[in-house]
Design a protein. Structure first.
Length: 203
């Protein structure tokens, strides 16, 4: 029998609104879900791919979601100088079938979140409002933010203020603050009258 020939790994880059971030998109599913590696320590525990990327001096953080990897670079490097090297590395890594994120990562992150004090901070009477807010984020906001190589998570709702966490390309991005204030806040206020303001924390 002939060995099954796998289709070649295709990889292209996409700009993100953050000049320090670039999205490397493949034609393979890398990881179902979101894996945000800000520190090398977390990467060493859970992601051989991110660990190796951290070995490049210009890689500041690594964010893996579905079929793409978003790299945040150190500001003193330019993409023209480093983009091809990263591209070739990711392509080869995926072709060789390297482990992207280890099994159990999602469960481990969920446990950490729960330990932090059931990261969803809101009162009983706000539970219904929070459900609406989370639905809006999942349905309308997340898909748009993912297009830009980032992620957004609900954190808390208190006295009319929704706090969200920005990850991936959105973290530390000047335009994400603008997006948040104009787009997300406007929509939330229209759909959930109890919302007065949306603020963000960097993930």
């Amino acid at each position: 029998m002939n060995p099954v020939t796998k289709s070649p790994v295709m990889l292209y880059t996409e700009q993100t609104p953050n000049p320090e971030s670039l999205k490397f998109v493949t034609n393979r599913m890398l990881y179902r879900g979101t894996a945000d590696f800000r520190e090398e320590e977390l990467a060493q525990e859970w992601s051989p791919l991110a660990t190796t990327l951290f070995e490049f001096p210009y890689v500041k953080s690594v964010y893996i979601c579905n079929n793409f990897v978003t790299i945040n670079k150190e500001f003193n490097y330019s993409w023209e100088d480093i983009m091809l090297q990263i591209k070739d590395f990711i392509k080869q890594y995926v072709e060789e079938g390297g482990t992207v994120v280890k099994d159990g990562f999602e469960a481990a992150m969920a446990a950490i979140e729960a330990e932090r004090g059931a990261s969803y901070e809101y009162s009983e009477e706000d539970a219904e409002i929070v459900t609406k807010i989370k639905d809006l984020i999942e349905t309308y906001v997340k898909p748009a933010v993912e297009m830009d190589g980032g992620n957004i998570e609900f954190k808390s709702f208190n006295a009319g203020v929704v706090t969200v966490i920005m990850q991936g390309a959105c973290s530390g991005c000047p335009s994400s603050t603008v997006t948040l204030q104009s787009g997300i806040e406007g929509m939330m206020k229209r759909m959930v009258p109890e919302v007065q303001k949306v603020v963000s924390e960097m993930g």
